[in-house]
Design a protein around this ligand. Structure first.
Ligand code: AMP
Ligand code: MG
Ligand code: MG
Length: 311
């Protein structure tokens, strides 16, 4: 059946399935209690969960889509063939396979695609026990644009027909929509969501000028965008470098598919092609509606925009 399904839809369906497995890896590493923390740079950590989840995602997607360029956050560490074969997921989510591919994406080839993988977004929070903030991110870009994405939340708890379920998978596809959660409108007053663990004076200045009724400080780009989608926050503001393309590709794709917007602090869109630099040097500004995004952008003083732009 899936042979007739357009490539982008098959890739999204496989990404949904493998994100669930990656989430299980993230939980299993935590249950075992041996996190194997490595400090990659200042305030930038990696654990065994980041490493193993990435291996699983990249091995699984490249086995099925060999010509797709897949860029993961973690440098690929050596793994035995047996280890890689064990973690390969070849399933594809059946609900996604039934989606109607938009005409604009029907003839996309593997060579046109870059997949951005953040195997564990919110590693600081993972190591500190803020587990709800943790997400697995798989973003699909076509000709530099984020067209589809998966945000998997391994520690989300729900009750389905009286049974306790751990983990949920949110997805979005351009011109089709979103799934895996119940969208809700933004709050009545201005609620900002921002970093918990990577603040600095410029980040704080940008929060101050917003004059918000509340500021939520949570981990991960994925979790903050979920807060926008579910009406817990109005705007995501991060006036600093630090986020990378793998942090924003999937969240931006899902947010766009839901009618929202994610740009840098100057209002410019990021591009997700194969040659692009990894850092999102000019920060992140996102909202669930174009109106809220424009409102937030209008509040950022030019001086602050200039400060970020010239770094
Ligand atoms: P945060 O909002 O601080 O949780 O950051 C969202 C994503 O961007 C996470 O994956 C962080 O690791 C990454 N990030 C943000 N700021 C920095 C930074 N200063 N150094 C390293 N990673 C960062
Ligand atoms: Mg991240
Ligand atoms: Mg990460």
């Amino acid at each position: 059946m899936s042979a007739n399904v357009p490539l982008v839809v098959r890739l999204l369906a496989s990404s949904v399935s493998v994100a669930g497995r990656a989430g299980k890896i993230v939980r299993d590493v935590m249950s075992k209690g041996e996190l194997g923390i490595v400090e990659k740079a200042k305030d930038d950590y990696q654990t065994e969960a980041d490493r193993s989840a990435q291996k699983c995602i990249i091995a699984s997607l490249s086995a099925q889509f060999p010509k797709v360029n897949i860029i993961g956050e973690e440098e690929q560490c050596q793994s035995s063939e047996e280890e890689v074969t064990d973690s390969i997921v070849l399933e594809a989510d059946k609900e996604i396979l039934r989606l109607d591919c938009p005409a604009s994406l029907k003839s996309v080839k593997e060579e046109d695609i870059v997949v951005w993988v953040d195997p564990l977004d919110g590693t600081s929070e993972y190591t500190q026990g803020f587990l709800e903030h943790v997400t697995v991110l798989i973003g699909i870009s076509v000709n530099e644009q984020p067209v589809a994405g998966v945000i998997h939340q391994p520690y989300y708890r729900s009750l389905v027909a009286g049974e306790k379920i751990l983990g949920r998978t949110i997805w979005g596809l351009q011109e089709v929509g979103v799934g895996g959660f119940t969208p809700a409108p933004p709050p009545d007053s201005l609620v900002i969501t921002t970093t918990r663990s990577h603040s600095n004076p410029v980040v704080e200045k940008a929060l101050q000028v917003m004059n918000a009724s509340q500021i939520l400080r949570v981990g991960g780009a994925g979790y903050k965008v979920l807060q926008l989608l579910e009406g817990a926050a109005s705007v995501y503001v991060f006036a600093s470098a630090g986020c990378k393309k793998w942090d924003t590709c999937a969240p931006e794709a899902v947010l766009r598919a839901a009618g929202g917007r994610l740009t840098d602090i100057l209002g410019n869109c990021y591009k997700y092609g194969p040659e692009v630099g990894h850092p999102n040097a000019t920060g992140v500004l996102a909202a669930a509606t174009a109106e809220l995004h424009a409102f937030a952008l209008s509040k950022i003083p030019q001086e602050l925009k200039d400060k970020l732009a010239c770094k």
